[in-house]
Design a protein around this ligand. Structure first.
Ligand code: GDP
Length: 482
């Protein structure tokens, strides 16, 4: 925690040095102004260029957002189901897939796409996400108004949809080098971008410069993704200069965009602050441990537990315990206890870790408190209260001093990305050696990047093309910015 910095001092930076708009109403979204009380100050300052870009985006969103005359005009155009080129206001509508972590990384990627293309991002938020986040943009809304939107089957649009960009390319109805203004009579009113992990090479043409050029002509794009596809933009030569200006420190894309976009509503902020004040605020430091077991990668309970213990001891994050009990009355130091925050759907790991430091003395004499806010047993993404707890735990993890995370989990990615933390990842390997590795960066992993080089027109290894993009430690097929 950051208990050494007086709260009043940190409150003076409530606009995060100009990063946040001053036009927002403070009481309706306390987290936006109070996060700096709970988080360590970020070592990563957003560039002035990014700040300006966000202010310009906010103005565009306000001008074109739901309820405006320009929005009505664009919707009218959409209803006519013909595209004749870009309008004054052009939109990208995000559609959800999978759990909260997947959704948060894909919204951030879609927002970067909108920023880079002067498009307005609107969300088709399911009810199970209705009370999680404050509106990020002042005097407008990022929610797609369902009743006023002519495309009614949003929940059923997938790769086979007649508007699918990949499908239209495959069927040669569209081509990336076509002249849109002269073919307008045959072009549909919107395109659907299928950016889920299991998409094909035609869908993945979205990641090529020519694809991006064509898509600029469509005032309405619908996009469904469960991935962190932001790294793909770094491979497009036309975007490189802009990305350099926006993110001089490349590995901060999610960190900055995530902190800007995601402010929990007052109800979720209540969960976070109550838990933090009750259990974590007085600790000397907090170690977050995120344990995610996937059905497709089962692991024995005891193996996982010993890997967690080995990692935390090896990395000097937790003390060894005196199992013999020969040193059962160590002089307890008066230093504050260390806190361990466990995030997991299951309660068993927490039980064992807590017992370990209750039943045995630490060889260092330190006292370790182990806490877990919830154990929901099963993923229930369709339930709002379940998602509120998930978001609260993501934020609590992000406030830790160090985090140990599970491989491949987007839930973990969001937590350490928001926290600005390079996590220790519990990589899967034989004999648990090493039990964990330090991530190269705080960025999420893009699990299934395109393997096609749009310029050379051949398959390439995307992990070795750029000096600042590498394969992910936790999933070799993936790439991440560092
Ligand atoms: P991923 O599946 O690990 O990539 O992460 P997602 O967030 O996309 O989906 C997992 C979902 O399971 C989360 O959104 C939560 O609903 C739930 N979940 C997984 N781990 C935890 C946890 O540690 N705490 C809570 N409260 N929920 C969790």
């Amino acid at each position: 925690t950051c208990s050494s910095v007086p709260k009043e001092a940190r409150l003076t930076d409530k606009f995060h040095g100009g990063f946040l708009s001053t036009a927002l109403n403070e009481s309706s979204c306390l987290s936006r102004y109070q996060s700096s009380l709970y988080r360590k100050p970020s070592n990563h300052t957003p560039s002035a260029y990014l700040e300006q870009k966000l202010r310009r985006y906010e103005a565009l969103h306000k001008k074109c957002g739901p309820g405006t005359e320009l929005f009505r005009q664009s919707v009218k155009h959409l209803a006519s189901n013909r595209t004749t080129g870009p309008l004054e206001c052009n939109y990208v509508v995000w559609l959800p897939a999978d759990g909260l972590g997947n959704r948060m990384i894909s919204i951030a990627s879609a927002f970067l796409y909108a920023l880079l293309n002067d498009k307005v991002l609107l969300l088709h938020l399911p009810r199970d996400m209705a009370d999680l986040f404050c509106e990020p943009f002042p005097d407008t809304s990022w929610l797609l108004p369902r009743d006023d939107f002519p495309v009614k089957n949003l929940d059923r649009i997938f790769e086979h949809d007649p508007h699918s960009y990949g499908k239209l390319l495959r069927n040669k109805v569209l081509s990336n080098d076509m002249n849109v203004s002269s073919s307008s009579s045959s072009l549909p009113g919107y395109l659907y971008l299928h950016l889920l992990h299991a998409n094909d090479d035609f869908d993945k043409m979205f990641y090529c410069g020519e694809g991006q050029q064509l898509l600029k002509n469509f005032p309405w794009l619908l996009l469904r993704s469960n991935e962190y596809f932001a790294p793909a933009f770094f491979f497009i030569p036309e975007l490189q200069e802009e990305l350099d200006l926006l993110f001089p420190e490349k590995s901060t894309v999610f960190h900055h965009l995530g902190r800007y976009l995601y402010n929990p509503t007052n109800s979720v902020w209540g969960y976070i602050t109550r838990y933090h004040e009750a259990y974590l605020a007085n600790a000397r430091d907090v170690l977050g441990i995120q344990i995610r077991i996937f059905a497709f990668a089962k692991v024995e309970f005891d193996d996982m537990l010993s890997q967690i213990v080995n990692c935390s001891v090896k990395e000097n994050l937790l003390p060894e315990v005196d199992l013999e009990g020969s040193n059962s009355l160590p002089g307890i130091t008066d230093s504050k206890p260390k806190a361990v925050l466990v995030a997991s759907l299951m309660g068993e790991y927490f039980d064992k870790l807590r017992d370990r430091y209750y039943e045995h003395a630490a060889v260092t004499g330190e006292v370790v408190g182990v806490y877990q806010p919830s154990h929901e047993e099963q993923q229930r993404t369709d339930k709002l209260t379940h998602n509120m707890k998930a978001l609260a735990e993501i934020f609590l993890l992000s406030m830790s001093d160090e985090v140990i995370t599970s491989p491949f989990s987007t839930f973990g990615y969001v937590a350490h990305g928001l926290g600005g933390l390079r996590p220790l990842i519990l990589v899967r390997n034989r004999n648990q050696e090493p039990p964990c590795v330090r991530s190269l960066s705080m960025e999420p992993c893009f699990h299934f990047p395109p393997s096609y080089d749009c310029i050379a027109k051949k398959k390439v290894d995307k992990g070795s093309m750029m000096p600042y993009i590498q394969h992910c430690e936790d999933f070799f097929l993936g790439v991440k910015v560092f």
